[in-house]
Structure formats: C-alpha cells, structure tokens
Design a protein around this ligand. Sequence first.
Ligand code: ACM
Ligand code: ZN
Length: 483
Amino acid sequence: MILNVIPRINKVDYTGGESYIDLAAVKYTADDSYGDEAYGIVINAEGVEVISKGEKGKFYAMKTLEQIKNMGKVPHCVIKDAPEFPYRGFMIDSSRHMQSVDEIKKYIEAAARYKFNIFHWHICDDQGWRMESEKYPLLNEKGSWRDCHGFGSPNMEKYGGYYTKDEIRDIVNFCEERFIEVVPEIDMPGHVTAIVSSYPELSCRGVQIPLETTGGIFKNILCAGKEEVFDFCFGILDEVAELFPCKYIHIGGDEAPKARWCNCEKCQQRIKDEHLNSVEELQGYFANRIIAYLKSKGKEVLAWNESLNSGILDGDCIICDWMDRAHKSEAYANQGGKIIIEDFYHYYLDYPYGMTPLKKTYTYEPYLKKLDSKGRKGVLGVETPIWTEYIEDFGKMCYMCFPRMIAVGERGWVTPENANYADFKIRLRNDIPYLKEIGITPADEREWDPPLKVRIDRTLGHLKKALSPASIKATLFPNREDD
Ligand code: ACM
Ligand code: ZN
C-alpha cells in the first residue's frame, strides 16, 4: 500500500481499517519534542490528529493531508515525518526573462505543496536588473532595459522591466504564508553588465556598455581596486536586506573572468596592498569583504562554488555546488563547511529532458561520493534552478520544471532509503490534475524519460542553440583581454 503523497512520507505504520477524512475537523496537539519541520498524523475511526512543535510542522501535516484526502477512503495509520535536509530550494532567473507576479505565485504554490522551503530569486545579471532601487535609480532607468528581446528572438523591441518594492513584498509575504523564505541573489563581481551599464565607473575601464542580449560569460566585471565599488555593493545590499527578511543572501561569485583585473592598475595595486598572490585571491578578498559586511548585519551568505577557487574564502560562506569538477565543495564540507547541491547535470531545469530525464534527476544522490561522515553533515540541502535565457514564457517554464522540480523536492525531503523512482512516478501521475488546476501544465509523461535517440537529438539541438562563440571563448580563455 502507498499513500499518495509527494514528497513520500518517511514513516507510516498502518493500523487497520479505513475512513473518509474531514480536514475541517482535524484535532491538533502541540509537542515540543518534534523538530521545527517535523510532524505526526494519526488517522483512525475517531478522525484525524496532527502533532507538531508549531505552525511549520502543522503546515506540512496539512499539505500531506490535502494530498491523502484525494484518495477517497484513507487507510488508518500513524505517520511520523521529517525532512532529510533543512534546505529545499528552487531558483528562478528573472533577469534573462521576467515572469509576472501571478506566475511566480503559481510556481510558489506548487513548491509549497511539495514542502520546498527556499525560493532563491536571481534578480540581476548581464541582461537585466529586476529589483526596484531607490538608492541607485539608474539600475532601473538603464539597467532594467535591454535593446531587444535577444537570445535569438526576432523581436527587436526593447525588453525589460523590474519588480517594484511593493510587488517584491507581496511575493515575500505570499512565501512567508507558505513557510518559504526568499533568498535574493546579487551576483558579483561577475555577471554584472546590468550594474556597470548603469554605473560605468564601477568597472575597471569605466567605459559605457549596453546590456547583453545573448547568453554567455562577460568580462566587464566590478573593479576590485576601487573603493566606490564596495560602497555600491554595501549600499545595494542594505536595500536588499531591508526588503528580504530571509537570513540568507546570495552573492553569486560564479563565472567572473579576470581579464580586466589582470590589466587594471587599481586591481593590481589592491593585490599588492593586500599581499595577495593572484587575481583568484583578489576574488576571495572581494567576497570576504562582502561576507564580513553581511555578517555584521546578521546575515548568512551563499555563493556559487567558483568562490572556493581563491583558496581564502571565509569558511562560514555556504557554497552552492553547481559545477565543481575539482570536488572543492566536497573538500570544503569535509573540513566543516556547508554546501547546497545544485548539480548542473541533474538539477538544472533549463536543459531538455533529452539531456536530463526525470529519472536522472530523481536518482541523483545528493550525498556526493567524496564526502566523509563530517562532510555529509555539511550538506544543507538541495536546490533546482531554472535559468531563463531560452524560457520566454511561463508555459515553457512549467514544461521544463514540472515534474523535474518535484523530483528534487522529494529528494530534499526523503531519506536515501525511502527514495524510490517507480513509486514516485505513481504518486506523480496522481498529482498532475492538481498542477493543472492551479495553472501549471507539466510536461506530458511521454517526455519525462525519452528514448536514447531522442535524447541525443534533443541534447545536440539544445547545445547548438545555447553555446554562442562568445561564451565558448570566454569559458576557454577567461583571462584574455582582446578588446
Ligand atoms: C551558474 O550556473 N553560473 C551558477
Ligand atoms: Zn579594476
């Protein structure tokens, strides 16, 4: 017997008999011995009882009951459930393409059903700045608008916009009601074309450049030698911290080519003054100053795994492991650091099902092989991003994310022994009507695990579209300054 619930319940004991259940008549008992996210449910002939420490556990119990109720008559049972990981995140890139507030809320509604507790919001990048700023108005006047739709679209009209502070507060509140925290990401020192096109003096060369209209890695990064860059970062992070109550702030740190830093007098002077050995260490210096500032404001900091390349990163920084061939994140966790697993090959939902089938996502083991017993404790959780270079509308986003994000949600909740793909698929089929009811159309089941030939075709088709000559060059020769 299985209970039709996603994520799968970690412990169920069946006690015999079955009943219809009435969610309006659930009895509640508070019990301090439960963890914050844990809950118990007893279903018997007398009705339903929920047990938890407080509101969060109760919320998860109700999410479980909403799904169980759809089974009709429910088997009498005793449930004890708690998540494997405290961090269960989904990321939305609203820079490359924006989503409406209503669309984001639909995504959040679904995420809450599957007991995600983190919405990582990627609100700035080379192709657009998306948060209203009162302190730095040019971020909205210039940095939120690119010359054309870009990414190969024939639409040559201006593209852009930003979320007002009221809209952001509305989304944060909507999340709070569902026990989801919103982690804003201000990516730095790379992926900052929206910033340096608004305030060119913040780059090494101070040259006015337009927003990017293609995907890739771009070299006009923030100058690490200028004090006004740190003033700007602290200033914008003050504004971000005011708007987002979450204890975490993400500071990016990925894909920052060092060509400009190698040739900038001020950056080179900074390296001398701070007794650093390389431009990589300069990135570590940059990150550590930002981290120290955010720590002084009571925040914990997340950064992508490239931030480890400096070798001098503050050990309190939480590392988001997305592409880490040198296994630095695992070494970091083995030494006591915290990491979040967002593996490119398994959890990146912007890649086609041909490249990343549902089964591949589901069966991925978040406890990476090179973790020792201490390192396993450093895995805070999992997160699944949707990057939107080629996701222009919400319909495509739903197709790409659902059901793969649900698989990540389940792996964030269940113990490794309770993960079971065949069983997951049965429960998933049963929940498709719910998704459609809230306005999310998932990929059809025939798409989830395509046959090999289709996989190869789709993978090649996607790579042909996504890999621009500029991004290949920047990846292979990050330190070459040829313009
Ligand atoms: C990333 O995908 N550049 C984090
Ligand atoms: Zn510089």
